[in-house]
Design a binder for this molecule. Sequence first.
Ligand SMILES: NCc1[nH]cc(CCC(=O)O)c1CC(=O)O
Length: 310
Amino acid sequence: MRTIVIGTRKSNLALKQAEWVKEKLEALGLPYKFELKKIMTKGDRILDVTLSKVGGKALFVKEIEKAMENEEIDFAVHSMKDIPSVIPEGFVLGAVTERVDPRDVLISESEKKLHELPAGAVIGTSSLRRQAQILAARPDVEVKWIRGNIETRMRKMKEEDFDAIVLAAAGLARMGWSEEIVTEYLAPENSLPSVGQGALGIECRAGDKDILALLEHIHDEKVARTITAERAFLKNVEGSCQVPVAGHAVMEKGNDITLRALVASPDGKTLLQDEQTGSDPERVGKIIATNLLDRGGKEILDQVKKDLEG
Ligand SMILES: NCc1[nH]cc(CCC(=O)O)c1CC(=O)O
């Protein structure tokens, strides 16, 4: 019986995600054994630096791709939103899983919602996307960088000087945290999610037919279509590092997809948004990207990238 080795980062959230995939595959009753292998990535090692300054998303996937290349693992489970918009030659997205709640949530010590927090309140996030949207909704609060996994951020909120933090509902749910700790599920108008948020992406070797056939069983084509639109937007606005862009797509009745996306300045003063519906996800994503870049998004993103390099 062939043993299939599933690669994962070693954070608790990554482990939960990989275990979820392992259980789904085991439930199929196929003649395979499944094993998890934890891989320490550069992104996990440098948790004290702002993520966008040290190279962004690629930091979490490079070592994992190396392990696939060396056949130490057969495929890797990632949070979809951590996968760069362009996947390197030799690897493919073998499956996109069902999506859980894609929204961001606000957790505040005083249990005050975003619009109830006092002026000067300090909100913790390490995402320019969240920062921009918080400041657009509440220009009178302060955003401070907070890093670390979910447990660390919850602890820092209590021990340090944060009135509230913003996290993904999906991460909390997967970690088994009770919904009771959530103060507010943020509407897309206040915090449009990250491209891919709430879904898992499974990356494997491009030519591995057995693994690709296996992964078909946990692939959700409807979710994949929405994510194709979101990622087409991301790829066409730039792709690589962590910049203040957001995008969320839903399936309409029939086969149409509606994508809402934005490009924002980090200070939240400019928020460029667009929404388009169409049947070709690549095209919907590209139309919005072109639109937002033309309307001033290009200047914003060029400036952000310059600041990140500096
Ligand atoms: N940026 C880190 C990250 N990557 C994936 C998730 C969980 C959400 C998901 O799976 O989409 C999180 C935590 C967060 O943003 O709060």
